[in-house]
Design a protein around this ligand. Sequence first.
Ligand code: ZN
Length: 311
Amino acid sequence: MQPPLTASTTYRGRFAPTPSGPLHFGSLVTAVASWLEARSHQGQWLVRMEDLDPPREAPGAADHILHTLEAFGLTWDGSVMYQSQRHAAYQQQLDQLIQAGHAYPCSCSRKALEGHHRYPGWCRSAPQHPDQPLAWRLRVDDQVSVQWQDQVQGPQCWPLQQAGDVVIRRKDQLWAYQLAVVVDDLKQGMTHILRGIDLIDSTPWQIWLQVCMGRANSDAPAFQYAHLPVIVNAVGQKLSKQNLAPALDTARISSLLMLALQALGQQPDPALQQETPETLLHEAIHFWQLDKVPAVAAISETDLKPCISIA
Ligand SMILES: [Zn+2]
């Protein structure tokens, strides 16, 4: 149940990168939006490392990300949370979900599920092959649709039956993103979640988890959500490490911040490009408006025009 923001309720937002490599322009856009939205509400902005999947992580990437955020003037509050240190909290929550009948063991292999766009529910009453390694799935209510008013994309209504039951603990004993993110957002007292629209398919499961934990209703999530357009390259692929998006160039910080603001529908004074990142962002707090962010799924980086240098 979302409490109204009052003078006594501090806005809390976060940036939660996976340390699989250096930040790229797409991650900068998300970080800038959530930082400005928090700061323009005199709120707090926290950083959380989503380091749950060691094989996907690059050595030193977490520190590199933090140094990059600092170089871009994106200062955070409090200490950084590392999901790799949160196993006990996730286990405790999983145990509660199992006891309440919200989670069940699933033996299905990836191969058996090939061609199914959602989990067909084969293990709902009992695992088909109990002697095989078991994952844990969240049982969704097929009769329920979750609803939220997305601050960028508008009203949303998602039938859980179309989402299906999602893995919350993997067969290899790694924690799945869906459980960890909800446990941590609740633990850290988040009020607002701003993130890329590539994660919007996960939001119905995350709201349902909040419902199962007794922290929300299906039409009143625990957080306000805003799903931002993602940045795509010239051939329409989302910027990502897999698509070889280049690391942020710390030799042109202010011009990259200007491009990020442009991608987010803001109209910064071109003269700001001459300022330090700290001054540029401080000025941006005053003109930042979340409702100017285009309600689209993707923005092409090739459509962004660098400011002409007036130096
Ligand atoms: Zn199964």
